[in-house]
Design a protein around this ligand. Sequence first.
Ligand SMILES: *[C@@H]1O[C@H](CO)[C@@H](O)[C@H](O)[C@H]1NC(C)=O
Ligand SMILES: *[C@@H]1O[C@H](CO)[C@@H](O)[C@H](O)[C@H]1NC(C)=O
Length: 302
Amino acid sequence: MATASLLRRVLVLLTLFCVNDVRSVKLKSDEHTPWTNEFETVELSCVIESISSPSPRIEWKKIKEGNPSYVYFQGRISGDLENRARLREPASLVIENASRTDTAQYRCEVTAPDDQRSFAELLIDLVVRVKPVMPKCAVPTAVPVGKPAEFLCSEEEGFPRPKFQWFRNSEEIPIDPKTSPRFMNASYTMDPETGVLSFGAVRKEDGGEYFCRAKNEAGYSECRAQKMEVYDLNVAGIVLGVVVVITVLALVTAGICCAYRRGYLHSQQKDDKFKAPAKSDGVDYVRTEEEGDFRHKSSFII
Ligand SMILES: *[C@@H]1O[C@H](CO)[C@@H](O)[C@H](O)[C@H]1NC(C)=O
Ligand SMILES: *[C@@H]1O[C@H](CO)[C@@H](O)[C@H](O)[C@H]1NC(C)=O
């Protein structure tokens, strides 16, 4: 008698447990971390694995920087996905013409009122990749042999953050010069993360047309090639010498000119000032002023 009652109880419990297990809503996803390129279509997969309720309530929320907002609520798409998204029955969300602002977490929530366990949710991490735009490149135009040179490349739009490559005369510059016989003797370091290509001491062979490429999973863009000239320091010395001589000549000429003009104006001014009021002894004034001017002139030239 007692045994039978116990058995019945166990059976009831087991049945309840089994029924419980069947009568609960369960979700799964074909892809928890989907990605798409900008302007393309992507599906956020939310598959109902088991359910007993005939009309479950389905909601989608977007979670960006910790703030949830409704994407699908009461049978309607809302927010910035309006007109760009639709529900693919029963619970997946399809986003068309994906935008970079769609990169976020999305939560699929299903409420099944007739199920014992009546609520289930799952998280989807969506990444919308953005092709890099044309990077900004800085190439030194002329560098003397043996001097350092730095090349800069930057790009702000690409997502995920692009990696950078440099090209010389359309040939890729390896990250490690030792790996290529052609670049073996070059003294540079190159950082694909920052886009900085840095020569310790340029050689004649380093001259050429340089451009940079910014590349990520969505594609790549390049800047226009810019020429770096490498010139000999001897030439530089000659050029510098010529420049110095020309500068000195110009300065001397300007100095003489200036001194002459000042002196000329001075004496004229003084002449005008002092000649008029004192005609008789004006000669003395003019003479002293002229002496002053001479002193002035000589001090200027020294
Ligand atoms: C896609 O979205 C962009 C803005 O993000 C818009 O300029 C473009 O016209 C849209 N394309 C289509 C086919 O709707
Ligand atoms: C590199 O330098 C070595 C020794 O200085 C020289 O023999 C070799 O030809 C150079 N290689 C290139 C590619 O310039």
